[in-house]
Design a protein around this ligand. Structure first.
Ligand SMILES: [Zn+2]
Length: 81
């Protein structure tokens, strides 16, 4: 079975999993020094840790009461596709 989000407020179909207390690291490949500025070239960010905070509509921020994916899947706002 597959389900997709359907926001009751704005009909957006993207739900976001919001995570708090994440440490984001940006590896620096090199530092570029020129006359006006000092800039760095970064590699892809690395996320570490974090705890699920909430699920919300990607568009309007409507919050779905669920504490994990299983509960989210049982939400009335998740429709079978
Ligand atoms: Zn919405």
């Amino acid at each position: 079975m597959k389900k997709k989000f359907s926001c009751p407020e704005c009909q957006c179909d993207i739900v976001e999993e919001v995570t708090e207390h994440v440490t984001v690291s940006y590896p620096i490949i090199q530092i570029n020094i020129n006359e006006e500025d000092v800039e760095a070239d970064y590699d892809d960010a690395i996320n570490e840790g974090g705890e699920l905070s909430r699920f919300q509509c990607s568009n309007c921020g409507f919050i779905i009461e669920a504490s994990n994916l299983e509960e989210l899947s049982k939400s009335e706002y998740m429709k079978s596709v």
